[in-house]
Structures are given as structure tokens and as C-alpha cells.
Write a protein that binds this ligand. Structure first.
Ligand SMILES: Cc1cc2nc3c(=O)[nH]c(=O)nc-3n(C[C@H](O)[C@H](O)[C@H](O)COP(=O)(O)OP(=O)(O)OC[C@H]3O[C@@H](n4cnc5c(N)ncnc54)[C@H](O)[C@@H]3O)c2cc1C
Length: 501
């Protein structure tokens, strides 16, 4: 018997592992709910709710071709052992998983066990992330090649066999408590397809202009992140549909194109970033908890700022835009990119909190939690990668730029609902309006300057540059620097490593 082991690829369409598994005479489509995984400090109730929707749709789609989804709850190794004792497993088909450290270690353990039992484990890649990559040269080309492959079609029929399936345990049974979410994003393939269609044909028109404001991004962004993270849609099928839409737009008369061409291009580049960031975790699984650049190892002390952490975590920092973003995230499970970056930057620079602690908390709030993107971005917004420009977001400016009238702020921070526009981003400036709200936790410009001076001091050191160079070779995107590198190489045959910094 063969097993199609569904992991973060909860679809039958464009699922290479599933399609290949179905070539055998008897296949068990299996999903394992691992209670120990759900106890990890980066997983949460809201993510589990989304997962339940996805499993229901997957089961529906499998039934259409003759076999329901087999659910098992427990330790993966024990479950495979039981199945092997009962049926004798010949081969297992799944996708390569680049996820958190717990799943990384679980897969290493399973690999050894499968080998000891003579079970062949076939792991396909489901995106542009390359396993066993030496460095980033040529990565984009390979990514492009993979995205051009035709989607894998599921078989019309598979053999129906009465495998015993369990019920999906409730969140409560797994010890997951409601974490304050009020508006749950719907999961499942059908919802993912609906979002993709509405984004490419309607909602995405002003994406490039409206993605940065939390007021507009909610509608104008694709909102596909959780679907990509759980694999209800493959990144490849999204890209191929985006390319088709791009062709349609190109044929439109000039006056009907509006903002579509720019928006589609901006969106396409984000889809590539998805794999670019996950590739970093694939190449270095410890970036979940270790600074990419070791110069920053002793910079932020976890024990010092618990009070700051609590105020930031609950949205009571006294900075209206920070608090509105945090409170909206707690209740909805989603936030646009710029505001995620601002939350992280504020915690890491102004409050000087270690990203290892704040990123775990944010992970639980994001329904779309994707460790490869999440930890790379968290480190980037905290200045610990050593290869990215330092960007410290000023929360007052972000508020003025992206919520000028305070509409978003007033929605999520009701204490400020009567504050006039003049004071909405700095309510402390008038004592009449500060009564029910907190005073700022730190003085913005002072905190920013102190943080910047500590970071820049480190970056100037020669040892910093040497290590940065190595990190760039391993993780850096070749695209932005490609012209510079080519020019340098043409003028005098420079050694790339020495001249990039
Ligand atoms: C600190 C921090 C943590 C983040 N954590 C996550 C996370 O756990 N999971 C996650 O999917 N995204 C994460 N992001 C990236 C980004 O904010 C979200 O992908 C985006 O807001 C999701 O909304 P959307 O699907 O409407 O995105 P769209 O703007 O419509 O983009 C489409 C897709 O492209 C990818 N994408 C978009 N922006 C980025 C980016 N900057 N880097 C990499 N891929 C991107 C995502 O898969 C996204 O679904 C994080 C960003 C920051 C600053």
C-alpha cells in the first residue's frame, strides 16, 4: 500500500505527491493531526480553525474521486508504525516541508525510521524552494522553470477502500483556547479559489496603491496568504493564473487598463518573495531562534522588558497606530505587510525587545503563519540579518501617512473615538484627550535614535562586514545587486565577496 501524506498541501489539484501516489493500486490519503505540534508556542486556536475548514474541503474533493480523507490523531511515527503493522506500507508520498523547527526534527526522525523499515519516502517540492541548495546563484531561473510546469491533475477515480478514519478533534480537545479572535478567516480550497478570482478580476485593481494602508489593504490585497500557507492553492497555480490575467490586461484598450498593470506586477513579485524567504529557512533552519548575523547575539536582553512586552502584546503602548494594528490583529488574525513591519520594528527598536520573543507571539496571531517568511521578516525588521538596510518605522508618521483621519485607529482603539483629527496621532499633546488612553510607553524619537546608534555602531565594525558577506552569498537576493555585480565584474575582474559591501 502507498500513502499520500498530506501536510501543508491541502488540495488534490496541482499536488504532485498525491497524483504520483495515486498511480499505485491502493492508496491511503492521510492527514495526521499531531497534538504535540499544536502545543508548540507558535501555533494557535485561530490557525487550527482555518485548518479544519481546509480538511473538510479536501475530504469533499477526495470523495468525488472515490475515497475519503483518512484522519489520524497522534504521534506521526506511532501512526505510521500502526499502519505499517496493519497493511505494510510500501511507499510514502508527500511534499517537502520547510516549516518550524519541530516539524524539521520530526521529519529527520521519520526519515531514519522509514529507512529502517524499508519504506520509500518520496518527497516532491511544491513551490520554488530548492532543497540542498549551495548558494543563491541561479535561484531565480530555477524558480521560474518550476513555475512554468503544468499543474498536476488528480486522477478521475481512485480505489475505494474502507480504511478507518477518526473524527477531527476539536480545538478544545487539543488544548487550544480561543485566543481573542472575533472575525475568523474562512479556510478551504473553495474559499481560496473565490479569493483568487475576486482579486485578479476586481479587488486587485489598486493593489499597488492601496496595499500599504490598513484601511484599504484589507480589501485590495489578495488575502491569499493563509491559503498559500496551508496549501489549499499552490503558489504555481496562483502564478499561472496571474500570468493569464496579465495577458488579458495587456490586450485591454489603454483607458481600461487603469492601475491593473502595475498592480499585477507588484503582486507577481510578492509571489516570488514568498519562496525567496522560505528558501532562507530551508537553508538554515535555526534562523527561527538564532540571529542570522552573530554580531547581534548579545544586543537585546529578554528578561529586561517584560512590562514593555505586555503593553505591546495587548495594544497598550500609547502609540495609536501601533495599538490599533495590534488590537485589530488580535481580533482578525491578519494585517497588511507594512503594519506587520511597523509592529515588529517598534518592538525591536523602540522597545528593544528580542525578536525571538515577539515573533513567536506574532506567529500565534497570524492565521497565515509561515515560518520561512515570518522569521526572515522578523529578523529583517529587527536589523539582525546583517545584509538588509536598517529601517526603523516611525509609528506617528505611519499613522499620518496611512490613516490620516484616524478612521482605522478609532475603529480599533475606542478610547480615542472623540479625539479630533489634529491630535489623533499624538493624543498626548492635549491633556483633554489623554484621560482614557495610555501615555506613550517610550519617547519615540529618543528611543529610535538610541536604537539606531547601537545598531549602526555594530555595523561599522570590520568583522561585521566579513560575516555579512558570507550571509549574502548564502541568503541574499541576487536581483537588486545584479547590475552592480555585472558592472564591477566587467570593469575589473572583482571578487564578488569582497566588493559587495
Ligand atoms: C514581521 C512580518 C512577519 C510576517 N509573517 C508572515 C507569515 O507568517 N506568513 C505570511 O504569509 N506572510 C508573512 N509576512 C509577509 C506579508 O506581510 C504577508 O504575506 C501579507 O501581508 C499577506 O497578505 P496577502 O495574502 O493579502 O498578501 P499579498 O500582498 O496579496 O501578497 C500575495 C502573497 O505573496 C506573499 N508575500 C507578500 N508579501 C510578502 C513578503 N513581504 N515576504 C514574503 N512573501 C510575501 C504571501 O504569500 C502573500 O500571500 C510577514 C511580514 C512581516 C513584516
Amino acid at each position: 500500500m502507498h500513502i499520500a501524506w498530506f501536510k501543508r498541501d491541502l488540495r488534490v489539484w496541482d499536488n504532485e505527491a498525491f497524483t504520483n501516489a495515486c498511480k499505485s493500486k491502493l492508496v491511503m490519503p492521510l492527514y495526521i493531526i499531531e497534538p504535540e505540534l499544536w502545543q508548540q508556542d507558535d501555533l494557535s486556536y485561530r490557525q487550527y480553525n482555518f485548518l479544519e475548514d481546509c480538511l473538510k474541503d479536501l475530504d469533499k474533493d477526495l470523495k468525488k474521486i472515490g475515497q475519503n480523507l483518512i484522519i489520524k490523531t497522534g504521534d506521526a511515527l506511532e501512526i505510521f508504525n500502526d499502519i505499517n503493522n496493519q497493511y505494510g506500507i510500501k511507499e510514502i508520498w508527500s511534499h517537502q516541508e520547510t516549516w518550524n523547527f519541530w516539524t524539521y526534527k520530526r521529519d529527520l526522525k521519520l526519515k531514519d525510521w522509514f529507512k529502517s523499515k524499508n519504506i520509500k519516502w518520496n518527497e516532491a517540492s511544491q513551490n520554488g524552494v530548492i532543497r540542498g541548495l549551495k548558494n543563491r546563484d541561479g535561484w531565480s531561473k530555477e524558480w521560474q522553470r518550476r513555475m512554468n510546469i503544468l499543474p498536476y491533475e488528480p486522477p478521475k477515480k481512485i480505489r475505494d477502500y474502507k480504511f478507518i478514519s477518526e473524527k477531527i478533534p476539536s480545538a478544545k480537545q487539543l488544548g487550544l483556547k480561543n485566543d481573542g479572535i472575533e472575525i475568523l478567516q474562512k479556510g478551504g480550497r473553495y474559499e481560496g479559489l473565490r479569493l483568487l478570482k475576486s482579486f485578479l478580476n476586481k479587488r486587485g485593481k489598486n493593489y499597488s496603491k492601496e496595499m500599504s494602508s490598513p484601511l484599504t489593504a484589507h480589501y485590495s490585497s489578495s488575502r491569499l496568504s493563509a491559503h498559500i500557507a496551508f496549501g489549499t492553492l499552490s503558489i504555481k497555480e496562483i502564478i499561472q493564473q496571474t500570468i493569464n490575467r496579465k495577458r488579458e490586461i495587456q490586450k485591454l484598450p489603454k483607458d481600461e487598463k487603469e492601475n491593473w498593470p502595475r498592480s499585477i506586477n507588484t503582486f507577481s513579485s510578492r509571489l516570488r518573495w514568498h519562496c525567496h524567504f522560505i528558501q532562507k529557512l530551508e537553508d538554515q533552519p535555526d534562523i527561527e531562534f538564532k540571529n542570522m548575523h552573530s554580531s547581534y547575539n548579545k544586543l537585546r536582553n529578554e528578561k529586561d522588558n517584560n512590562l514593555f512586552f505586555e503593553r505591546w502584546k495587548n495594544g497598550f503602548t500609547g502609540y495609536p497606530m501601533v495599538d490599533a494594528c495590534m488590537r485589530s490583529l488580535i481580533k482578525t488574525g491578519w494585517l497588511n505587510f507594512r503594519m506587520r513591519a511597523m509592529l515588529m520594528s517598534f518592538a525591536s527598536y523602540h522597545l528593544w525587545l528580542p525578536w525571538q520573543k515577539t515573533s513567536k507571539y506574532l506567529a500565534t496571531l497570524f492565521i497565515d503563519y509561515e515560518p520561512g517568511i515570518h522569521y526572515s521578516q522578523s529578523q529583517m525588521q529587527s536589523g539582525t540579518t546583517g545584509i538588509n538596510a536598517i529601517r526603523i518605522y516611525n509609528p506617528i508618521k505611519q499613522g499620518i501617512d496611512h490613516d490620516p483621519d484616524g478612521i482605522f485607529i478609532k475603529k480599533w482603539v475606542p478610547e480615542l473615538k472623540n479625539v479630533p483629527k489634529k491630535y489623533i496621532h499624538m493624543p498626548w499633546e492635549d491633556k483633554n484627550y489623554i484621560k482614557e488612553y495610555n501615555f506613550p510607553i517610550v519617547e519615540e524619537s529618543l528611543a529610535r535614535k538610541v536604537a539606531a546608534s547601537k545598531i549602526y555602531k555594530l555595523r561599522k565594525e570590520q568583522t561585521h562586514k566579513i560575516e555579512s558577506n558570507k550571509i549574502y552569498i548564502k541568503h541574499g537576493s541576487r536581483k537588486p545587486r545584479i547590475k552592480k555585480i555585472k558592472k564591477q565584474a566587467k570593469n575589473k575582474k572583482v571578487e564578488i565577496q569582497k566588493n559587495l559591501f
